[in-house]
Design a protein around this ligand. Structure first.
Ligand code: ARG
Length: 460
């Protein structure tokens, strides 16, 4: 492709480090699409005459159909071509002859690869968003299915206050809705057309770039050719959105792993999403969740990897940037696997509602409600906090729960306590009192489920 000024062929060591076809063949579909649009643009610019344009487009379509039919042809060629762009161009020249040799007019692999990767990222954003929507739908189903189940909420991993399990499911839903928005934003960033920038200075032929953008479904045309071939912000943003998503999934995985231990016993994971031990016959291990948690390392690494590749690169294109693709591919694969894996776990999760209620009823999780009770009867909160703190200490000394203390003992700590105090301290009352938008009171949680379902239905 570029052999003219060289007197000797590439060294095998150079060939191995230089080529990217073994991985950038994943851009093949987009290279065909971009090349077809480019051939049409060359036709409009009168670089190709009508016959040549038709021949080149036909060749591109035929080669595409052939590789779709027989992907092995691509795999067999991985050693023979430098990258996906040279593979496609060679195939077109082979089919369309002299006309094929005109396809690369006014174009560089620099604007071509930027285009392909942008199209790939847009496609992956759509894929991630579809999988995110499916996961959110499964979680919302659980929020409905488990309505009324209470469990402890933890801060510092210490039992804090009782909440509805549905409220917890909705917490994950919120994180995932942010991811949904984030991938939408990345998609928008990626939809700026670099094609027409040439190697770095702009195409030497009168390409109608606005029309080209329209043909390829891009929303805008890049404004500076040096920037356009050197810009990988969209890829960094994709990796960043992927890293954040994986951070969310890993936290959710961690919660479910903890809750499935004998120590918690809140959750039972289903056989099809767990595995056994080769040694210990009794074991059922949460591997899917552990792998989601573990694969988060890849997503973080890939973000770091591209940031470091891009750091301090001079304008415009540098070959270092060939290293962008594997990071992007790996994060795509990782988020797809993890979203699907998490979805399978969520769909099959079983809850021990007696156990979660019992856990919510111990550890003085009604102490805040007890203080709030005193406040509602007129005590300043700081005073109420002090009173209940001493009451808790007293109960710990006796080895009982707050609501197991007789009324006479409540009275000794404050005359503000009335006979209704025991009822006020029940788990259900604690939950019902958190009655603000965003709180765990059942009527707000029910509304939050409905809002989330509507939001999901509206997201397209
Ligand atoms: N394989 C290259 C990449 O992935 C394509 C662009 C090569 N450009 C060049 N001037 N050698 O970045």
């Amino acid at each position: 492709m570029w052999g003219g000024r060289f007197e000797r062929p590439p060294a095998p060591e150079f060939w191995r480090i230089n080529r990217s076809f073994p991985f950038d063949h994943r851009l093949l579909h987009f290279d065909f699409e971009g090349s077809i649009a480019w051939a049409r643009a060359l036709g409009r610019a009168r670089v190709l005459n009508g016959r040549e344009e038709r021949a080149v487009v036909r060749a591109l379509r035929e080669v595409r159909a052939a590789t779709d039919r027989n992907p092995r042809h691509v795999y067999r060629s991985l050693d023979r071509f430098e990258d996906v762009h040279s593979y496609v161009e060679a195939a077109v020249v082979e089919k369309a002859g002299e006309a094929g040799k005109k396809l690369h007019t006014g174009r560089s692999r620099n604007d071509q690869v930027a285009l392909d990767l942008r199209m790939y990222v847009v496609n992956e954003c759509d894929g991630a968003r579809g999988r995110l929507r499916a996961l959110i739908a499964s979680i919302l189903k659980n929020a409905r299915r488990h309505f009324g189940v209470v469990l402890p909420a933890y801060t510092h991993l210490q039992r804090a206050q009782p909440v509805l399990l549905s409220h917890l499911w909705l917490a994950y839903v919120e994180t995932l809705f942010r991811d949904l928005d984030r991938f939408q934003a990345v998609r928008k960033t990626a939809l700026v057309l670099p094609l027409g920038s040439g190697a770095c200075a702009g195409s030497g032929f009168p390409i109608d770039r606005a029309r080209l953008a329209k043909d390829l479904g891009f929303a805008a045309v890049s404004k500076n050719s040096l920037d356009a071939v050197g810009d990988r912000d969209f890829a960094v943003e994709f990796l960043s959105a992927g890293a954040l998503l994986m951070m969310h999934l890993s936290r959710m995985a961690e919660d479910l792993i903890l809750y499935s231990t004998a120590e918690f016993g809140f959750v039972e994971l289903d056989d099809p999403v767990t595995s056994g031990s080769s040694l210990m016959p009794q074991k059922k291990n949460p591997d899917a969740l552990e792998l989601v948690r573990g694969k988060t390392g890849r997503a973080f690494g890939n973000l770091q990897r591209l940031l470091v590749v891009m750091k301090a690169l001079p304008l415009a294109y540098d070959k270092d940037m060939q290293e962008d693709k594997e990071a992007v591919f790996d994060t795509s694969d990782t988020i797809a696997l993890s979203l699907d894996g998490m979805n399978a776990v969520v769909r099959s999760v079983r809850i021990d509602a007696d156990r979660t209620r019992e856990a919510a009823s111990t550890g003085f999780q009604n102490a805040t409600e007890c203080a709030d009770y005193l406040v509602r009867k007129g005590l300043p909160f700081r005073t109420a906090h002090e009173v209940v703190g001493r009451l808790v200490l007293h109960a710990i000394g006796k080895g009982v729960a707050l609501d197991e203390l007789p009324f006479s003992e409540f009275e000794r700590f404050s005359p503000v306590f009335k006979k209704d105090i025991h009822r006020a301290l029940s788990v259900d009352r604690c939950v019902a009192s958190r009655s603000v938008p965003g709180g765990t009171a059942p009527q707000y949680v029910r509304k939050a489920i409905e809002d989330a379902e509507r939001r999901l239905a509206d997201d397209r």
